[in-house]
Design a protein around this ligand. Structure first.
Ligand SMILES: [Zn+2]
Length: 272
């Protein structure tokens, strides 16, 4: 449970996520969370514009501190959240992602989207409130699907991988897309795969999910079997794609990502 604006400076051995705009305080060069002294934390606590208790890690409380836009703090640097992806423990990364999402929510919800009145924070839950409309707004979470499509069994089995415009050259991944209003997750899987590749799928099976805090997605991961169609990438969301044998995969996302987990799950399914 997220507790906004706890009054007491925390005792024990708390962990702090320090956020400035959309950046996370990290060790010099990025890639790890800093170890801060009590004196350093007290300095940051004193200048923080927002703080919240956002969870626990290894039985220690985890706190978010938002500070005004600065580039560095002592020897540490503010770096993108992405610098921590697969570099720190997945549970700790999820908390860093939560810290960024809470900070993003507070930063981007200053006025009522209905009447334009200035919003006030509420502290009994994570929300902001419009007194004129009597309306509470909560952090936005955007559901997406991500799906590994495979065909065949045994040594000839193949997986559908593609490269989006945001992927660096040579990196191929599974397909993904946002859920539209009124859709079930399974409908999104079938629609997105067809729109992006003209491939029809069947046997859609949920595997696992992962928070994807860039800036506030929730990825629901599936596998699905090929049911028909000729591959034809849309050229807009996807630049290139193909069927790849599991024994001869191109460069794919690293272990620790949901894409990697789904590719492995599809490989197991395709063993028959
Ligand atoms: Zn309002």
């Amino acid at each position: 449970m997220i507790i906004p604006r706890p009054k007491e400076f925390p005792d024990g051995n708390p962990i702090f996520m320090i956020i400035s705009t959309n950046l996370v305080l990290q060790t010099p060069g990025g890639g790890a969370l800093p170890t801060l002294s009590r004196a350093q934390i007290e300095r940051l606590w004193g200048v923080a514009t927002y703080h919240a208790r956002i969870g626990e890690y290894a039985e220690n409380p985890v706190f978010l501190l938002v500070v005004e836009k600065i580039d560095s703090f002592d020897e540490f640097e503010f770096k993108p959240l992405r610098s921590l992806l697969t570099r720190i423990d997945a549970e700790l990364f999820a908390l860093a992602g939560r810290a960024c999402q809470v900070a993003y929510f507070i930063r981007t919800h200053n006025y009522c989207s209905h009447c334009g009145e200035a919003l006030t924070e509420v502290t009994d839950e994570l929300a902001v409130y419009c007194q004129r409309c009597d309306y509470r707004t909560y952090p936005r979470i955007s559901p997406c699907i991500i799906v590994a499509v495979y065909r065949g069994e045994g040594p000839d089995a193949e997986i559908l991988l593609a490269r989006g415009e945001r992927h660096p050259p040579g990196l191929f991944s599974v397909l993904a897309g946002f859920v539209e209003s009124g859709e079930s997750l399974e409908q999104t899987v079938a629609r997105e795969v067809y729109e992006e590749s003209k491939i029809l799928v069947t046997g859609i099976e949920y595997v696992q999910s992962q928070s994807w805090p860039f800036p506030h997605s929730l990825m629901a991961g599936f596998v699905a079997r090929y049911a028909g169609g000729e591959l034809e990438v849309d050229g807009v969301e996807l630049i290139e794609g193909g069927w790849f044998k599991f024994t001869d995969l191109p460069h794919t996302p690293p272990a620790g990502t949901i894409a990697a987990a789904l590719i492995e799950h599809a490989r197991q399914c395709a063993k028959g």
